[in-house]
Design a protein around this ligand. Structure first.
Ligand code: ATP
Ligand code: MG
Length: 191
């Protein structure tokens, strides 16, 4: 093959005029993959020696694989599962707001510290969507974060104002999900 036809990229040149900054990223939508993609980003950041924090707002029935795996990066990855007590359909609104508030205080510490280069707030969009947390308060805090810090917010129903101020928004679309065929959630894939 004529070498002039080989257009495969080998190296990315530094692009002048583009600045590095801590990004605000949102993974939302109905399709599967939001938390998994966030965990993938955590792994990538850990590989570069970054310090990472993950707050999981909603606690499921099972201990997730990502919680177990990321806790192996002790000292480099801090995992907080703070959704305990969310009751959703049971009408325990006051308790849910209180749980969200406590979790949010922890998030504020992580968003303002000089320590974690990547902070993941997993399922926070749902919590805002349920009105357990105020979107404007979250946005205010994000605007004040240290400039180097990357923040990733996941969950269905991300508020428009958050998507407007974010640097990156990905909406997962559900084309098919095994749940629709009656196949239950499986370890290693779903949790
Ligand atoms: P994952 O954690 O697998 O990346 P997610 O974070 O995008 O999924 P959530 O809305 O947080 O999705 O829901 C988490 C759980 O719900 C997972 O077990 C996932 O398989 C399941 N799930 C996600 N999307 C769908 C869907 N469209 N239909 C049915 N179940 C879904
Ligand atoms: Mg999720």
């Amino acid at each position: 093959m004529d070498h002039r036809e080989d257009r495969a990229p080998r190296q990315y040149k530094a692009t002048k005029g583009f600045t590095k900054k801590g990004l605000i990223m949102v993974y939302t939508g109905e399709g599967k993959g939001k938390t998994t993609a966030a965990v993938g980003t955590a792994l990538r950041a850990l590989g570069h020696g970054y310090k990472v924090a993950i707050v999981q707002f909603i606690k499921g029935k099972w201990k997730t694989g990502e919680e177990k795996a990321l806790k192996m990066f002790r000292g480099q990855c801090d995992v907080f599962v703070l959704g305990d007590g969310f009751t959703w359909e049971t009408g325990g609104l006051e308790r849910d707001v209180e749980t969200a508030r406590k979790a949010w205080i922890k998030c504020c510490d992580l968003l303002s510290d000089q320590e974690h280069q990547l902070v993941i707030l997993d399922e926070i969009n749902n919590v805002i969507d349920y009105n357990f947390l105020d979107a404007q308060e979250v946005i205010r805090q994000l605007k004040e974060k240290p400039p180097f810090k990357h923040v990733l917010l996941t969950g269905r129903g991300a508020p428009q104002a958050l998507m407007d101020m974010a640097d990156l928004v990905t909406r997962m679309t559900c084309v098919k999900h095994p749940f629709d065929k009656g196949i239950k959630a499986q370890p290693g894939i779903d949790y």
